[in-house]
Design a protein around this ligand. Structure first.
Ligand SMILES: Nc1ncnc2c1ncn2[C@@H]1O[C@H](COP(=O)(O)OP(=O)(O)OP(=O)(O)O)[C@@H](O)[C@H]1O
Ligand SMILES: [Mg+2]
Length: 58
């Protein structure tokens, strides 16, 4: 979020699963990039390594 904002974390659970939703007020993610989330080394950042979301998708 280059100009700041809030991050919201929602947590819900059932007997067997925990659902965690994270929402921010940043620039958002374009449709063509959404498809690639979770792909190893996919990054649009200058110094990103594209591993953070991939680790969470495992
Ligand atoms: N909250 C977000 N808002 C907008 N785009 C995001 C967000 N989170 C991830 N992305 C997009 O997904 C890409 C991959 O994210 P990921 O967190 O896996 O790696 P990264 O942020 O590029 O680098 P790092 O491994 O250092 O976190 C980002 O480069 C960015 O394009
Ligand atoms: Mg990241």
């Amino acid at each position: 979020m280059p100009t700041g904002g809030s991050i919201y974390v929602f947590i819900d659970s059932t007997a067997h699963h925990i659902l965690i939703k994270i929402k921010d007020e940043g620039v958002g993610i374009g449709e063509e990039h959404v498809k690639r989330l979770g792909e190893r080394f996919f990054t649009t950042k200058h110094n990103g390594n594209g591993l953070s979301l991939m680790v969470r998708f495992i």
